[in-house]
Design a protein around this ligand. Structure first.
Ligand code: FES
Ligand SMILES: [Fe+2]
Length: 386
């Protein structure tokens, strides 16, 4: 490439809507429009499962209102770039991979995993040539991690390595077995985290298949820290799901039920019957934009049954959890539609809504980049009718 050509291109770059500097500005402008604040950006979010990211094909996802393209380089490493070609702005995830490099579908500009443009066919011809004078074009590459079968992306401007990634409990720890479900919900992280931690709704939305009304009260302790809301239920006789107590609780021991919200986007619901039976649901909520989210639901279980029987029951368990989550998908859609119907809605909380209020408060604090006031930390008892 001649010096003159580079200068020509550099001039074009200043005006290019997809240049890195412009990308940052555009990203934050989009974010404001989408109602996503900076505090929420400084987190690792799940972008896809490792399974969804096939070799040889780029994958486009949307997180916090921004399109991201993910792909595997030649050596299997995962790259994530803002999904916009720096040449004329085309969506890169509509392109293809060649030798682990991402090729824009419009004029064939080619990117490596760091977002560096490594070939411009209209200048250098059909074949890429090694040059000591690389192109002065680069798309923004985002920090990526692959852990527990999930691919995580960090969109913030802070130090990604200083932020923890939430690890999936009991994964690959025999005799625990686990799997993921992926669903798109019409709800933001606050609506969804509250739903996943909400026991009263289960006797309405999941009546008959997860929990049925017993016409008696339930008590729980709610402990709020600056990072979490932990709810410990005090009802060893409570039963959940399946109509299959023989599967979950053959020893007829008391149920220990603990739910935890880890700010700003993870819930973990844990049911234990003694030390040999357990059922866990971890929900990782990734905001697509201010109104919709993708939820990665991790189910882990161990039951006191022979392996062959557990294998036979596995499809049934998958179907069961799928049916339960579809009920939540539908109720969240109705919730979203109700909220959209008249703007400026304010909830009317009752004393059974302590968990909802605590979760909302923590998420709001993260969005503002603040900590909740100490007055809201500590333990409370909540009592509600089921
Ligand atoms: S828009 Fe991507 S190569 Fe032209
Ligand atoms: Fe539910």
């Amino acid at each position: 490439m001649s010096k003159e050509t580079v200068e020509e291109i550099s001039e074009a770059r200043r005006a290019a809507p997809g240049s890195e500097a412009c990308q940052r500005a555009c990203a934050s402008a989009d974010a404001d429009e989408e109602g996503v604040t900076d505090g929420l950006r400084e987190q690792w979010f799940v972008a896809c499962t490792e399974r969804e990211l096939r070799r040889g094909k780029p994958l486009g996802v949307r997180m916090l209102g921004i399109g991201i393209v993910l792909f595997r380089e030649q050596d299997g490493r995962i790259a994530a770039l803002i999904d916009q070609c720096v040449h004329r702005g085309t969506r890169l995830s509509a392109g293809r991979l060649d030798g682990g490099q991402l090729v824009c579908p419009y004029h064939g500009w080619r990117y490596d995993g760091q977002g560096q443009v490594v070939h411009v066919p209209s200048i250098d011809g059909a074949r890429a040539t090694a040059t000591s004078n690389p192109y002065p074009f680069r798309q923004r590459a985002l920090p990526v991690r692959a852990l527990d079968g999930l691919v995580w992306v960090y969109l913030g401007s802070g130090d990604a390595s200083a932020r923890p990634v939430f690890r999936m409990p009991m994964r690959e720890q025999a005799p625990w077995q686990s799997y993921y479900m992926v669903n798109t919900f019409d709800g933001d992280i606050s609506m969804l985290a509250q739903n996943f931690m909400d026991v009263p709704h289960t006797v309405f939305v999941h009546d008959g298949i997860f929990r049925s009304s017993r016409g008696k009260p339930m008590e729980a302790t709610v402990a709020t820290t600056p990072e979490s809301v932990e709810v410990t239920y005090h009802d060893g006789d409570d039963s959940i799901g399946f109509c299959l107590a023989w599967l979950t609780n053959p020893d007829r021991v008391a149920l220990e039920h603990t739910d935890r919200f880890i700010a700003p986007n993870v819930t973990r619901c844990e049911y234990r019957w003694g030390i040999r039976s357990g059922f866990l649901i971890v929900s990782q909520i990734t905001p697509i934009d201010a109104r919709r989210s993708r939820v990665y639901t991790y189910i882990a279980y161990r039951f006191r049954l022979p392996r062959w029987l557990l294998r036979l029951l596995r499809p049934m368990l998958h179907l069961y959890t799928h049916l339960v989550i579809q009920q939540d998908v539908r109720i969240m859609r109705a919730h979203r539609e109700g909220l959209d119907n008249a703007p400026g809605f304010r909830p009317h909380n009752v004393r059974a809504d302590v968990v909802h209020v605590a979760i909302d408060r923590l998420i709001d604090a993260v969005k503002r980049g603040e900590r909740v006031s100490v007055a809201h930390l500590g333990e409370k008892t909540v009592r509600f009718e089921l």
